[in-house]
Design a protein around this ligand. Sequence first.
Ligand code: AMP
Ligand code: MG
Length: 407
Amino acid sequence: MREFISVEEARRIILEQISTLSVERIPLAEAQGRRLAEAIVSRDNIPPFPNAAMDGYAVRLADVQQVPAALRVIADVGAGQLPPETVPPGSCIRIMTGAPVPAWAEAVVPVEWTELGSDGTVRILQVPTASANIRPPGQDVRAGERFFEAGQRITPPAVAMLATLGVAEVPVYRQPRVAIVTTGDELIDASQPLTPGHIRDSAGPGLSAQARWVGAEVMLQRRVPDDRGLIEQALEQALEADVLVFSGGVSVGLYDLVRQVLDARGTQWLFWKVRQRPGKPMAFGLLEGKPVFGLPGNPVSSAICFDQYVAPALRRMQGQQEVLRPRFSAILEAPTPKKAGLHFFTRGVARPGADGRLYVRDTGPQGSNLYHSMVRANSLIHLPEALEEAPAGLEVQIEWLPWTIEP
Ligand code: AMP
Ligand code: MG
């Protein structure tokens, strides 16, 4: 087992162990937010047939060379109706947006260029160009075109497009099932009144929420005291999941039993401790081939470790290729604590300045027990290991927290 490794090594070791889950087909109505497991090739031309781009009159060009031209209106064709296949010279059809344009028609004259007569004729006032206001078949997508690649996220516009392409059952990667086990004798439920020596379990609900945020299914969220037997029991339940996340009990305290229980059950640890703050005592291993994360109990540490390590793994399992968020340069508005030797994930508030650049400051005291530092943040400031201090004016790299912008 590697010990006290860099953030980059930790991420590499984790992602090396992670591959996409199996493929399932789900109804389009449930596919939003998932990732395509296969490329999607269009069977059809989109649009499938030539159709009118405007309400107006479908005409032959020869009939409208001299304007005004009076043409006989021999049919009204709305979207969803079929136009007459032939019409005599000097006549036209009234056509609505989206209605099929017949083969004989060479342009659609918009209604604004016409005057309707009382005798079943229409006066065309301007000469249209060839193909004017006719949407050709395949203008958007050609039959046989590969429109989506595997791994693409199914956004709301993608949902509309999949419907257009007739993909009612969507091939997606299965959602990872995650088990979250929080440990600590001091922990009580959110519904319980505070009693001496106790605090409410925040990591359980918080980590579950983070797991759901990245599209995973929380199969189990369980809180257990620092009791070997109960941790063992929770572990057996957790092994039903694809990913096991423990919070608390991974450090070197007298009651830090999680590592011991996982050891005894045969976990192959790949690393313990990362050169980072918060979250130094984090551990990662494999048990029955499944990734096991031992996160520190402090709520900010567990949230950051989840965000930086567990979430990328969950994204990869669902088919996302680029699992790390983009980073942006920002200017530190005020000095923030830093020491060399640890990568700091400082919680920040970033905002664009009048000069178009991003500015960022920390959220105040950064203790890993201080919720406010996390809750008030919209971003994480990366202060790399080698950096000795972080004075005002320093250019830093930030990433937006996932919930800063809606999913
Ligand atoms: P541990 O990692 O178990 O040593 O816990 C470190 C600190 O985090 C202690 O102050 C714990 O009380 C606190 N803590 C542990 N687990 C949780 C949790 N699930 N929710 C809130 N605080 C926790
Ligand atoms: Mg503990």
